[in-house]
Design a protein around this ligand. Structure first.
Ligand SMILES: [Zn+2]
Length: 453
């Protein structure tokens, strides 16, 4: 093996077989525990499983706490660093999964199965393998007598897929964190042949909002119509909102994304991405990116009508009409600002607006930190040499929202690579390639060391 130059202790992912095996074993055990919200939620048992592995692996029992909350629980495991003056590095994950009905699946969702190199089961990709990899990596570092300079804190929530109550509590308890690595998801892309294409880490996400619009009217007999009619009035406001376009926006993060992602797109989209990154007022580029569902959300706030309800009888004038406008807000704007903008567009004081958003908080983008970018790039290249690594902004909400809301930089950095055709998180026959385990474990070790040493 004279050709292999070993520049760091972790240049050879094959060196951690015991940890690789433990990660896969813990993932399978966690998948078998049905941690779905509601009666018999086994999220607390997932927490107990991880705690017993951590304690057996050298963590102090008192440093791994499980806090029950309603039918779920959250877990905090703290590895004390040598320098108590430094802020902790937090690894964020969640232990709950989305419901899965066995009758709809080809295999039982709560019986882990490995077939054709894929681990199947609810939570395989979202995100019990990621959790298990983090636990196994921490145990491996203990085994190797590693001593972090700053505290490393594992923070696993128990209701990310539903109310996010435990994440809010975790973010409150860990508000002094230096940064949060959120290892939820599958951030690497494999092409249809299984060749790694690129790795996307996430430094921001759109803010979710629901606004309820209501128009009321005295009603009456439909044979005696008068103006205004509540349904017509609401409909007219909805049409105005439907035609409205929010000002396009470009951030440090989306500029980096468009510049790097353009090479994977068709010539027309690629040209628009590059033109928009250079000038966010380029109207031709804006038209192209707006017409493409994959990019429209990345160039600004979008709001769209998602539900409508009105009237109470076929032969009566409506006394009430309501609609829901769902918004995905570009990072940096509070919900109130967007609601006021929609009120101006509706341009009818009879249309009453109400913010009915449940469980969401507004966030700003986290900065592109050089120490983070360097650590991610190095860690990904251990298992996937030369693969492009660049940032993105996520469309959906994750646990990162709660940390960013506390002004803690938080980054979506799951090391798992997957084909688009295998992406079934929240869906049927969820799966993840078993071949991901080895490079992902090496990635976790490298990240944990580089950001805590
Ligand atoms: Zn998830």
């Amino acid at each position: 093996m004279a050709l292999m130059s070993v520049s760091s202790a972790y240049a050879k992912p094959a060196d951690h077989e015991q940890a690789d095996a433990q990660a896969l074993d813990l993932a399978k055990q966690a998948i078998a525990l049905r941690s779905v919200r509601g009666p018999d939620n086994q999220a607390p048992r997932v927490a107990a499983l991880f705690k017993s592995a951590l304690v057996a692996g050298g963590f102090n029992d008192a440093d791994v706490t499980i806090t029950p909350v309603d039918d779920t629980a959250f877990l905090i495991a703290r590895w004390k660093g040598r320098d108590p003056g430094l802020k902790p590095l937090v690894i964020s994950g969640h232990m709950d999964v989305v419901e899965a009905r066995p009758s709809d699946w080809e295999r039982d969702p709560f019986t882990p199965v490995i077939e054709n190199g894929l681990l199947y089961g609810r939570g395989a990709s979202d995100m019990k393998l990621d959790d298990a990899l983090a636990v196994a990596a921490l145990i491996e570092l203990k085994r190797e007598k590693y001593q972090p300079r700053r505290d490393i804190v594992l923070a696993f929530s128990g209701d990310e897929e539903t109310t996010m109550k435990t994440t809010g509590m975790l973010a409150g308890q860990l508000s002094n964190a230096e940064m949060v690595l959120n290892i939820d998801g599958t951030d690497g892309l494999l092409d249809p042949e299984g060749k790694p294409q690129y790795f996307n880490w996430s430094g921001a996400e759109k803010t979710y909002a629901d606004f309820e619009l209501t128009v009321t009217s005295p009603g009456g007999h439909s044979s005696r119509p008068y103006d205004p009619n509540a349904i017509t009035q609401l409909a007219a406001a909805l049409v105005r909102i439907g035609h409205y376009k929010f000002e396009p926006e470009l951030s440090e993060l989306t500029r980096a994304y468009f510049s790097a992602a353009a090479r994977y797109e068709s010539p027309e989209i690629a040209a628009a991405m590059r033109a928009f990154a250079a000038n966010p007022a380029d109207s031709r580029a804006i038209d192209v990116l707006r017409a493409n569902p994959a990019t429209i959300g990345k160039i600004g706030t979008t709001c769209v009508a998602t539900m409508i309800n009105g009237g109470h009888a076929l032969n009566a004038l409506p006394q009430r009409a309501t609609a829901n406008i769902n918004c995905r807000i570009f990072p940096g704007h509070p919900r109130t600002q967007i609601m006021q903008e929609l009120e101006r567009v509706a341009a009818d004081p009879a249309v009453h607006f109400k913010d009915v958003t449940v469980g969401g908080v507004a966030t700003e983008a986290s900065p592109i930190r050089p120490d983070l970018v360097e650590a991610i790039t190095k860690a990904i290249h251990i298992g996937y040499p030369g693969v492009p690594v660049f940032p993105t902004m996520s469309a959906g909400a994750s646990d990162s929202m709660w940390f960013r809301n506390q002004h803690i930089p938080s980054y979506g950095v799951s090391p798992l690579f997957i084909k688009d055709s295998d992406r079934f998180s929240h869906g049927l026959n969820e799966r993840v390639p078993v071949a991901d385990v080895r490079p992902s474990l090496a990635y976790m070790l490298s990240m944990l060391i580089d950001l805590s040493k």
